[in-house]
Ligand binder design. Structure first.
Ligand code: HEC
Length: 127
């Protein structure tokens, strides 16, 4: 095979293995959800949003659609490094996890919500 064809294939293979290799940390996801997501929800008119308010499938679909606040914006922006940098002066979790890669933190939060879902292994409230 020519280098031009092998290199992209190699890149895809490496990406696939590294994506799989990440073992989501639901405890870190729980801290982040409770400190960042929940603290804003309780301050907003919406109030607490319990993980156990949705099923695993509903949470998966929610992140797949990536529509937050009735579709006005992305939900993923709230795990971004930019967002963490913006709030870290007043938010301990955002400060503690300031340098965690965005994709990992997203997987952590998703994993916590899967575990804490109505039909998850440990249905959870948000505080
Ligand atoms: C800066 C404030 C803020 C942050 C941070 C935030 N949310 Fe929200 N969220 C809201 C508001 C406000 C609503 C209600 C919007 C409405 O009903 O008009 C909402 C609604 C929701 C809803 C209900 C469905 C919907 O989208 O309308 C879910 C689920 C949700 N947020 C999940 C999350 C998750 C997960 C995170 C963290 C990764 C997060 N939110 C971070 C403000 C925030």
């Amino acid at each position: 095979m020519k280098l031009r064809t092998t290199l992209p294939l190699l890149a895809v293979a490496l990406f696939a293995t590294s994506a799989q290799a990440y073992d989501a940390d639901w405890k870190r996801g729980r801290i982040y959800y409770r400190s960042v997501c929940t603290s804003c929800h309780v301050a907003s008119p919406i109030g607490q949003i319990n993980p156990s308010g949705k099923t695993k499938a509903e949470w998966a679909a929610y992140f797949q659609a990536d529509k937050h606040a009735k579709g006005k914006e992305s939900v993923k922006q709230y795990v971004s490094k930019d967002y963490r940098a913006k709030i870290k002066a007043s938010n301990k979790a955002a400060e503690k996890f300031a340098d965690v890669p965005e994709q990992e933190l997203l997987e952590d939060v998703k994993f916590f919500l899967q575990r804490g879902a109505k039909d998850g292994e440990a249905p959870a409230s948000c505080s």
